[in-house]
Structures are given as C-alpha cells and as structure tokens.
Write a protein that binds this ligand. Sequence first.
Ligand code: HEM
Length: 492
Amino acid sequence: MEAAEAAKSDGKILNVGILLVATLVAAKLISALIMPRSKKRVPPAVSAWPVVGGLVRFMKGPVVMLREEYPKLGSVFTLKLLNKNITFLIGPEVSAHFFKAHESDLSQQEVYQFNVPTFGPGVVFDVDYSIRQEQFRFFTEALRVNKLKAYVDHMVLEAEEYFSKWGESGEVDLKYELEHLIILTASRCLLGEEVRNKLFDDVSALFHDLDNGMLPISVIFPYLPIPAHRRRDQARKKLAEIFASIIASRKQTGKAQNDLLQCFIDSKYKDGRPTTEAEVTGLLIAALFAGQHTSSITSTWSGAYLLTNPKCMSAVVDEQKKLMQKHGSRVDYEILSEMEGLYRCIKEALRLHPPLIMLLRSSHSDFTVKTKEGTEYDIPKGHIVATSPAFANRLPHIYKDPETYDPDRFAPGRDEDKAAGAFSYISFGGGRHGCLGEPFAYLQIKAIWSHLLRNFEFELLSPFPEIDWNAMVVGVKGKVMVRYKRIELPLN
Ligand code: HEM
C-alpha cells in the first residue's frame, strides 16, 4: 500500500515537473515568436593573446589594427588593452554620440590627462569641466573674425619676410622650411611681439624641450622620472617666468597688443575673476601644442600633393592669377577667404593625413549605437571610446575612391563630406569639442601657399613622402626636398 502511495506521489511530482518545463519552453517559444527580436549586444572583440595581446596589436599601430579589424568586425568593436577596454566607433553612423555627448557622459579629462605636466597646473585638463569650458571660451573669443583679420596681417608679413631670404633658385627641405615659418608666425600671432622680436631663440628652445618631453610613454606614465620629462618640467618653469615678466610689463605700460597673449590677459571668468599669469602661460602652451605641428604638417602635405598633381597645381595658380587681377598683390582676410580652390586642396590633404589620428573619450554611462546595417551595440560605462580621423576619413561608402587625392570632391555639387551627414570629415574633430583653431589654421596655410604660388615654381625632388606613424602628432617622414625658382606670375 505504502509503495503504491509513494509511486503515485512520485508520479505527481514528475507530472508537475514536466508541466513546468513544458510551460517554460512554450513561454520561451511564444515570446520568441511574438516579441520583436532584440538585436542588442556588446560589441565584438578584437582577437588577441591574453593580457598583453591587445597592447601588442595596438603598438603595431592603431591604424594598422583598424584596417585589419574593420572589414571583419564592422564599425563598432572593442580592444582589450591591459586592464582597459577601448571601443572604436568608426564612421558617421556610429560616432555622433562620441562627438555630441556631454562631458558627464563621455569625458576628455582622464584620457588627455597626460597633457597636464606640459600645459601646467590650473588649465585645460587639470581643471573641472566648468572652468575648462570658460577657458575654451577665451580661445573662442581670441579667434573671432575681428581678431583673425589682424592675425592675417602678421601671417602675410611673416611669409613675405621668410621667403625673401630665399635666393633666385635653389633646393630646400620644404618640411623644415614650413616648420620654421610656422613657429615664427605662431610666435607673432599667439605669443606676441616681445617673444617674436627679442626672445625667439630662448622661447623656441624651451618649446623644443616641452615638445621632446611628450613621448608615447608619457601618455601612460606622464611623470616617469626620465631625462626628457625633467627637461620638460624645467622648460615649463622657465617659460612661466618669461611670460610672467612679459605680462607684468604689458600691465605696467598699459600697451595692449593684437595677439592671443593679450586676449588671455584680458579674459575674465564669469564671476569676474581675471586670469592668473600661470593660467595665461598654460593656455598659450596649449594653443601652441594644438596648432603648431598640426598646421605645419598640413602645409607640407598640401605642398607635396600640389607638386605631384599638375591639374590641381594649375587650378590653384589660376586662382591666384584671378585674385591678383582683381585685388593686385594685396592679401588680407577677405582675399584669403576667396581662395576656395586652394582651401579644397588643403582640406583634401588633411582628409588623407589628419595629424591627430586617434581621438579618445572616457565613458561614464552606458550608451547604445546603431550601425548602418541596423545592429545595435551597448557600450558599457567604464570603456574608453575612440574614433580615428585617419581611418574614418577614408571610408569608401563616404568618399569616392577614398585613397585618391581629389580636392574637387568638396566642390559644390559633390560635397562628399556633407552628403554623408555630420561627422563624415573629422580631421578637426567635431561637435562639442570641435577644433577652435580651424579658421586660424586655414588662414595661416593659405597665406603661406598663396605667397609661394605667386612667387615660385617648384619641382619635388624627393619621392612622395611617407607617413611618420611613430610621431605623437602624425606627419611626414624624412625630408621633402624641392627645387624652387623665383617667378613673376603672368597676369594676362
Ligand atoms: C591643421 C591644424 C589643426 C588640426 C588638424 C586640428 C585638429 C583638432 C582636433 C581633431 C581637435 C579635437 C580633439 C578631440 O575631439 O579630442 C581639436 C581641438 C582643438 N583645437 Fe585644433 N587643430 C588644428 C589647429 C588648431 C589651432 C591653430 C588651434 C589654436 C590656435 C587649435 C586649437 C584647438 C583647441 C583649443 C581645441 C579643443 C576644443 C575643445 O575641446 O573644445 N587647433 N583640434
């Protein structure tokens, strides 16, 4: 009897169990059939050896890695780099959040912290976002059109003076020449006439030490006690002393100047507090770091492409002739703004060779991106988020024959960068942190090249330059030797 009862109860348990499993399976099936299928998932991961594998892949060159992984993994993927996850967002379809997100969601402070020992305390990435925003407002005000007009006069004068020292004909390293001219122009427009006229050699040497103190290793260990970092710290201290005395003397004499230094001296935070001498020095260093190598590299690439593309060269020379017929030999802000052909040639050189190849943010909240194929990925908070101008500027679904130098892709009617929507052309970043110096950079490069096109003929002697991927600001590898001959443009 007892055995029969036990068997009956076991059977009941079994039946309940079967019913439960059947219900769960049915519920799962029904939900799979009637609920919309969620495609959400974490981004695919780059395959690499455990622990250091990601680092090895990254050190081989981030753009090399992107070229290998994008075709396999698509526009969103994650690389494990030691204890960090870097999620790449490649292309305008997935990078809008990168450019538009608020600092509290995607911040720059942590990822660009390595700049602090170079720029100094109390500025940019050493201060809270609210202060940084105000300091960037100082930049915006200092680079407004009325200020730019005055800077252009300096740019034109510097170019005239510099190239007047060239002979009737000769051979020069174009890269070296343009680097030097841009240091002089930057000194005049940004650091002021005291530095340009009296302290140029001292200040250039100190900036050189600051520059050499920014190494790939500095990104991970900015305070590592190595000689390059020690020289960097000493140079910064000396620069601070030099600028303190220039600022004091400007304040004493009450003589205002037309340069970035003066703008920063006159800038005030919204509570009425004026900038300190240390802040002014730090902001000037930041401006030079943001604008000097980037502009000289772009001038060199622009030259290399013009000298190897006769059609483009003759179009920009014709444009100069037309402007000279219209305005004589004068060059000012308005005339530079009419150089649309030259602008497109520079913009195209910069599309192919953006000096800042990788832009980074640190993510403080989860977010979702949707690829152009419709797949959604959730990017968790804590990831470093990256995008790459060097890679994204050459996407074939945005640019026709992306590897070809074709400035007319930006001409009215084609507008390839606009046709694909915002964030298709990201050499200057975009959105919330887009470059504040873009107009300054174009004016400077146009002022240089319009002078060269009007006064010289060139022939490229070196092979077409290669890219120096090892530099922090990626530029041209080796010398760019050219033969020049002085000319007078025939205007008829
Ligand atoms: C060809 C020349 C230049 C290139 C390619 C360039 C590129 C860039 C890029 C890509 C960014 C965005 C960085 C990011 O999103 O993480 C940026 C930001 C910035 N650039 Fe430039 N830049 C150039 C020239 C200049 C010049 C001449 C100045 C100043 C005189 C300047 C000042 C700045 C500043 C202040 C920012 C920070 C903006 C912000 O975070 O709100 N840049 N630049």
